[in-house]
Design a protein around this ligand. Structure first.
Ligand SMILES: Nc1ncnc2c1ncn2[C@@H]1O[C@H](COP(=O)(O)OP(=O)(O)OP(=O)(O)O)[C@@H](O)[C@H]1O
Ligand SMILES: [Mg+2]
Length: 381
């Protein structure tokens, strides 16, 4: 299993765990809420009984206990009404707001929604009703799991952002360090090779051999130039894209498979865009190499460029094996490869060059299995 599939699997497991914790916490709090609701109802029933005793009290009735019960309720808001709905008494409501009759009325409506009322039978067909609201504790508890979930989500989000920012920074450093070190290490032997070649030219060696060696040395020089530009801010210069695309295609024609047809489709007039030639050429080369790798047997590689009002669009199209839709984004991640000898660096480097250094875009425009793939680059003019 490749690391990206593993990562995907881990994300799914974590998401599932988060959902389970969320559902578990909701379920548990719900049970608690129901238990407390039941306890509160029992308290209100006791309260109702105390009111009933007080209402039907005569001289001999022991009043201390009912009074005690009534006084003890300090947290459940209750409203007592007669059978016409007139409010006779209330307890545990906001002592300042109760002066406003509309506030009392609103509380009564809330109480009717929250709990069933209790009836006090006073005898002689007279009844009083007790309405009560959930206590503040209970109301807080109902919202608690949502607050808890919110906090957990926020925590996960913040950690995820912090983690990916630090990982990106780390990746950046690795890229830059490796590129600079490569450029540095290659630099010295190449200069000396060039010197030796100058000497060889003057000796009796076959000039063709020297020319070929010189080509290789220049290629090495180009590679050093490319690597040395990673990590420093490259200068962008207005350049002719047609020429660069033609050059890259020419290079592929000479080095790539002979079974591939190499085609260029660009307008007559040069397309100009602000680019860093060395780096942009590297991107096109990477895309062309991937395209040729994807073509097993006979096939076509087409470089296509057009200009719009603000952008330049470059499409690299091949008739190769294609890319699954689920991999459209993954292929740009460092280390993702399906090739035996691949490093999975070509596309992540290309993305970096296009997005960070040229402020453009690079993505898979379309792909059909065993038919075609189009990778698109969009540059600003
Ligand atoms: N045109 C294409 N058609 C089909 N698959 C592609 C194409 N371009 C890229 N891929 C897939 O994306 C993967 C990553 O490409 P990338 O260029 O980053 O790495 P690589 O070519 O495998 O190795 P490297 O470029 O480092 O030598 C490839 O291994 C291949 O599976
Ligand atoms: Mg590649």
């Amino acid at each position: 299993m490749d690391i990206y599939r593993k990562k995907q699997r881990w994300k799914q497991i974590l998401l599932l765990a988060a959902i389970l914790i969320g559902v578990g916490s909701l379920w548990y709090t719900n049970r608690l809420v129901n238990d407390i609701k039941e306890t509160e109802r029992q308290k209100v029933e006791l309260w109702a009984e105390a009111i009933r005793i007080l209402n039907s009290a005569d001289f001999e009735t022991e009043l201390a206990f009912p009074f005690y019960v009534i006084e003890r309720n300090t947290h459940i808001p209750v409203i007592l009404t007669d059978s016409e709905g007139n409010i006779l008494n209330h307890k545990n409501l906001d002592s300042l707001k109760v002066r406003d009759p509309s506030y009392l009325q609103r509380q009564l409506e809330h109480a009717k929604e929250e709990n069933d009322s209790l009836v006090i039978d006073l005898g002689n067909n007279e009844y009083q009703y007790i309405f009560y609201r959930d206590s503040i504790l209970l109301r807080k508890l109902i919202f608690f799991p949502y607050v808890q979930l919110g906090v957990i989500m926020l925590f996960i989000l913040v950690s995820y952002i912090a983690f990916s920012v630090s990982r990106k920074a780390e990746q950046n450093e690795v890229w830059t360090g490796m590129s600079k070190e490569t450029a540095h290490q290659l630099g010295t032997p190449i200069s000396s090779l060039m010197g030796w070649m100058e000497l060889l030219k003057e000796s009796e060696l076959n000039p063709e051999t020297v020319r070929e060696m010189q080509k290789d040395a220049s290629r090495l020089e180009k590679i050093v130039d490319r690597f040395s530009k990673i990590g420093s801010k490259p200068t962008l210069v207005e350049s002719d894209l047609n020429r660069i695309l033609k050059g890259s295609l020419e290079y592929m024609k000479n080095r790539g498979s002979k079974h591939v047809e190499y085609l260029l489709d660009v307008p007559e007039a040069p397309i100009r865009a602000k680019i860093n030639e060395t780096l942009f050429e590297w991107v096109v080369e990477n895309l062309c190499k991937n395209a040729v790798d994807a073509i097993q047997g006979k096939g076509k590689l087409l470089l296509h460029a057009v200009e719009t009002d603000n952008n330049v669009i470059i499409d690299v199209e091949d008739s190769g094996k294609g890319i699954a839709k689920s991999r459209f984004r993954t292929i740009f991640k460092p280390g993702y490869t399906t090739k035996r000898r691949g490093w999975g660096l070509g596309l992540s480097l290309s993305k970096r060059i296009i997005e960070e250094y040229h402020h453009g875009k690079i993505f898979v425009l379309s792909s059909e299995p065993n038919k075609s793939t189009v990778i698109r680059i969009i540059l600003k003019k």
